[in-house]
Ligand binder design. Structure first.
Ligand SMILES: Nc1ncnc2c1ncn2[C@@H]1O[C@H](COP(=O)(O)OP(=O)(O)OP(=O)(O)O)[C@@H](O)[C@H]1O
Length: 267
């Protein structure tokens, strides 16, 4: 298990956080605490502030007001270049920065060096072994020598997660990992994320989605965002209700749960 300041307290602790751009409040008065053994889903409609919240949790953005503590360090009082390698992040904007001609195996193994693509002639045996194991676990080992641009969307998503896990992060942030996947790809991803959620030594996890169908069984907590405000936050069983979801998305919804999976439809 990773050494961390997380043992001193929460992995993420936000207190009274505002993010303001011009007249717009992207986030307003956010209080949020993520513990090491928790797996959070962040749900909300387009423009709710989910990506902004992930950028704060990934040490990519500072709050306009309030305090963000990550892995025991306070944003603004820590070198973010030391903090970022301890946080695994996947997002559409990061994926766009990967060259399509880069070999899939190199994308994963280079994560330990915080670069995209292979820049050193040699990696040590530990790096190569770990990359190989992660690529097996995420079902992309057979594509190690293929250019990233030739992979399907689902294979690319799984490669990015393997890369995010490569430095053994203490916090894993997955910003819409299910976006653009077909039904088979989504189900495969949800099953793998569910396995990871239940793995005791896995990092704390936060997954952003618009779709309750993408919530992996084993996720323990939920935060609902609407227009930069937290509508509800806490244990998934308490927060994921028809009423709270209706409030979040601004229409009457009926939420059902079967075998740990959720579906929602207009009430
Ligand atoms: N730099 C900026 N200046 C002004 N407004 C911004 C800026 N960045 C984001 N926004 C706005 O803040 C709001 C929240 O954006 P954010 O990307 O966090 O939402 P989101 O919940 O991730 O949305 P989506 O589900 O569509 O990805 C949006 O209305 C967006 O247009």
């Amino acid at each position: 298990m990773s050494s961390s300041g997380a043992s001193e307290g929460a992995v993420v602790r936000m207190t009274g956080v505002d993010v303001v751009r011009g007249q717009n409040h992207l986030l307003r008065g956010v209080d949020w605490r993520v513990e090491a053994d928790q797996r959070w889903v962040v749900l909300g409609p387009n423009g709710a502030g989910k990506t902004t919240l992930m950028q704060l949790a990934g040490a990519l953005l500072h709050p306009t007001r309030g305090e963000v503590r990550l892995l025991g360090e306070t944003l603004g009082a820590v070198d973010v270049f030391e903090l970022r390698p301890r946080i695994g992040l996947t997002s559409a904007s990061l994926a766009q920065r990967i060259s399509p001609s880069e070999k899939t195996g190199d994308i994963v193994v280079s994560a330990g060096y915080a670069v995209v693509g292979r820049w050193r002639e040699r990696y040590d045996v530990h790096d190569l072994t770990r990359a190989g194991i992660l690529m097996q676990q995420w079902g992309v080992a057979q594509y190690a020598h293929r250019p990233f641009g030739t992979l399907s969307e689902g294979e690319r998503k799984r490669t990015q997660i393997a890369r995010a896990l490569m430095p053994d992060p203490e916090l894993l942030l997955l910003d819409e990992p299910g976006a653009g996947l077909d039904l088979g790809g989504r189900e495969d991803l949800v099953a793998r994320l569910s396995d990871l959620a239940r793995y005791h030594y896995a990092p704390a996890q936060v997954l952003v989605t618009h779709h309750v169908e993408e919530i992996p069984p084993g996720y323990t907590h939920a935060l609902l965002l609407r227009d930069g405000d937290v509508v509800a936050s806490g244990a998934a069983d308490d927060v994921l209700t028809s009423a709270a979801l209706s409030d979040t998305f601004g229409l009457a919804l009926s939420l059902t749960r079967t075998d740990g999976r959720f579906t929602a439809r207009r009430a």
